[in-house]
Design a binder for this molecule. Sequence first.
Ligand code: TYM
Length: 332
Amino acid sequence: RPRVLSGIQPTSDSFHLGNYLGAVRQWVALQDEFEAFYFIPDMHAITVPYEPKVLAERTRLSVAQLLAVGVDAERSTIYVQSHIPEIAQLTWVLSCITGFGEASRMTQFKDKSAKQGVDAAGVGLFTYPILMAADILAFDVDQVPVGEDQRQHLELTRDLAQRFNSRYGPVLKVPAAYIVKEFAKIYDLQNPTAKMSKSAESDRGLINLLDEPKKSAKKIRSAVTDTDTVVRFDPETKPGVSNLLTIQSALSGTPVEVLVDKYAGKGYGDLKVDTADVLTEFVTPLRGRVAEYMENPEYLDEVLARGAQRARAIASTTLAAVYDKVGFLATG
Ligand code: TYM
């Protein structure tokens, strides 16, 4: 079976709706057709200021959320990045074939370092995309399901794989980005031309899956729309309304066109109330399942131990081939 791999950072207590609709929902669907690897990139999470005391807890919470949305620990390999030392080892080799200028062109570094001031930003934030390339290339991956904001990192990953292969010989599989256009960018409810993000200045436009449903419903009811009154799907001129339609359609399984017909002659109020209801129905049982998993940390740790074992077996094979090609002397 072809292989799929992706990760979600443990930088918040909860996945947000963009993470879920843009990426994690696809992960669940892809488990059937693919041999799946899903992981928590805790090493990426320390590239920005953070609280060490909460990182481990958020890592467990992330695993609990993956299981709660339907990632199946029997079929998929679930692990934590820092448990696979081969990833960091491969990162070094890849960093030696990455151009400084090439790394400097990564827009995420520009955005995130601007937030802290470039001088305050760590070098780890700069080399972040190389670590991400190693995450992927260590596992001979075919498809990487991500949102639109990761596209540039995937391009770099492909470039590095091709460069390594042409310089040292064919070892690394060149992966493809798996991006579902309709859901690749879910927008901030208050600022519907910006992507929904946990690092937005205000969290009023951010839907966290684990928040009180009432709080999220309220955020949806106060979503920014436009001065028109007709419910139509047109992301260019009606970004707020189109975003709500996308969200409701994704969570209810009703095609956008069917929703648009349903709201003919009705106003934005109905669209908002229904979208809030659909979200509430989705998150209420999800929150319960996450709470149950969190009451059983031994089980979560067992899932991760199994995952690390399977993942390391693969990553160490890739690393050995890479070390051999670059001319490192084998250990006796
Ligand atoms: P992260 O943790 O920021 O986000 C996890 C996933 O959610 C997607 N996403 C969105 N999709 C649609 N609309 C949005 N508003 C939105 N916001 C976030 C992201 O595109 C991502 O797919 N660098 C990665 C984590 C990573 C990774 C990897 C991914 C590390 N190593 C290897 C794939 C393969 C990141 O920061 O995602």
